[in-house]
Design a protein around this ligand. Structure first.
Ligand SMILES: Nc1ncnc2c1ncn2[C@@H]1O[C@H](COP(=O)(O)OP(=O)(O)OP(=O)(O)O)[C@@H](O)[C@H]1O
Ligand SMILES: [Mg+2]
Length: 457
């Protein structure tokens, strides 16, 4: 708009110059008719006047034009300042086609491209943050000064409010091995591996700390608690099996050697020794059977053949198949009743469960002289119970007796042929049915074992 006015005024200035030329023309024509002295005098006066008039017009015009340009440049400076402050939405409004307008359009384009690039970088940053947050590993980035630069969600869950950007790492994560690994990555610029066991109670992490190309370091922590627990349980299992097999094997070997070395064996002693050998062989046989049964139910291929069965029928089956054994040992087997509600169960697996529980009740609770079996419906499941009235189990053992090889009294249990696998098998079968299993006991009053099965739909 202003540049248009400026153009008009320039036109006016040109008109004035033209007017001045006309005046000079008149003067020149008069010069022809006057004397040389007058002529020179007139010429000088006319030149002075026309110069003054041109100056009077040109000066304010130039001042106005300069002010117009400087105000436009001011707007460009203000625009540049907004961009520098991070406001990439700032835009100039170019007017006309002059050089300043072209520059303004170019600056607008630059600001627009800058905005697009920033938006792209921000979206990539968010994607990366989301990716790092969804990782199972804990990640922390450290500045060259040893402060927390950034940490992902897993790391924040482990360290809680202790870990914040800008906070010294030594105040945020206190595991000595982790700190040593990160220090080495920061100072020696080399990748370090380690194992953090004091970061979170009961959890073990593998550490991988590496220097960052831009300075600082990055530590990635991988939770290996489950792997280590599984590895430990595998080692314990092998040690337990070896131990359980070695005891009867050593006994068998000892008795067989004695029999071999005796050139004139006493038939009675021989019979006694053979009896011991048979007992130990039976024990080994039981152990291998239990191990095979446990391996079977724990195998990924283990499939239950679930079918609807009345709870009362399952209890009746158990009494029928195991009742004889109980009665033979002089213990009374009673039923406390069971509902007709149908549950989803694998009959063979249920036989195994009842068999183990009743066998235990006989083995450990025989002194109570009674075993009671029953079931009751609670909401959408049926709870089955096998109860004895023997010595019971001390409360500190109740949560552990379902572990493999766990026995309250190892010596007594071993004597009675127990290997500590029966309840582990029971637990696995019940859990695979979608049920729960637990034991209740009061020392001196007997023990009761409970498990639930979901109702058939
Ligand atoms: N009814 C019970 N009364 C008292 N203690 C029991 C009873 N049932 C189980 N226990 C204790 O729990 C331990 C684990 O039982 P579990 O059935 O798993 O093993 P086990 O009977 O020793 O051997 P297995 O069943 O493999 O022959 C037993 O050794 C015993 O100490
Ligand atoms: Mg048992």
């Amino acid at each position: 708009m202003k540049s248009k006015v400026f153009t008009k005024l320039l036109g006016l200035f040109v008109l004035l110059l033209a007017f001045n030329t006309v005046v000079m023309e008149i003067v020149f024509s008069r010069m022809v008719r006057t004397t040389a002295g007058d002529m020179l005098h007139l010429l000088a006066r006319q030149a002075l006047w026309s110069g003054l008039i041109a100056l009077a017009v040109a000066l304010p015009l130039a001042a106005w034009a300069a002010r117009a340009i400087s105000s436009r440049l001011d707007r460009v400076v203000a625009f540049a300042r907004r961009i520098a402050e991070g406001d990439l939405s700032a835009r100039l409004t170019p007017v006309g086609q002059d050089e300043i307008s072209k520059m303004e359009a170019a600056l607008n384009l630059t600001a627009e491209r800058l905005g697009q690039s920033f938006a792209e970088i921000e979206s990539r940053r968010q994607e990366l943050a989301a990716m790092l947050d969804s990782m199972q590993e804990a990640v922390v980035a450290i500045t060259p000064e040893g402060n927390v630069r950034w940490s992902n969600a897993v790391m924040q869950r482990i360290a809680g409010t202790q870990i914040r950007p800008g906070r010294p790492l030594v105040l945020s994560l206190r595991d000595p091995e982790l700190l040593a690994c990160i220090r080495a990555a920061l100072d020696l610029r080399e990748v370090r591996f380690g194992r953090a066991s004091t970061l979170s109670p009961g959890r073990i992490f593998e550490i991988n700390a590496a220097p960052l190309p831009s300075g600082g370091a990055l530590a990635v922590l991988h939770d290996v608690t489950r792997i280590e627990t599984a590895e430990k349980s595998r080692r314990d299992f092998i040690a337990n099996v070896s131990h359980e097999l070695r005891t009867p094997l050593t006994s068998i070997q000892g008795y067989v050697e004695t029999l071999f070395e005796d050139p004139h064996p006493n038939p009675e002693t021989t019979r006694e020794f053979l009896g011991v050998i048979l007992k130990n062989a039976t024990r080994m046989n039981r152990l291998t059977e239990d191990l095979l049964a446990l391996a079977g139910v724990e195998s990924p291929d283990y499939k239950l053949i679930l079918q609807p069965a009345r709870a009362s029928a399952l209890v009746a089956d158990a009494i029928e198949s195991l009742g004889g054994l109980v009665v033979d040992s002089g213990v009374e087997l009673e039923s406390s009743g069971a509902p007709d509600a149908p549950v989803l169960a694998d009959p063979d697996a249920m036989n195994q469960v009842f068999g183990n529980l009743i066998e235990n009740a006989l083995k450990y609770g025989k002194s109570g002289k009674r075993i009671r079996i029953g079931a009751r419906q609670i909401d959408a499941e049926v709870e089955f119970t096998v109860q004895d009235f023997g010595p019971g189990i001390a409360s500190e053992h109740l949560s552990r007796i379902f572990e493999r090889f766990y026995r309250v009294d190892k010596a007594r249990s071993r004597e009675s042929g127990g290997t500590g696998l029966g309840l582990a098998i029971v637990k696995h079968i019940v859990l695979t049915h979608g049920g729960r299993v637990w034991a209740e006991s009061e020392l001196g009053s007997g023990a009761s074992f409970h498990f639930t099965l979901p109702l058939a739909p």
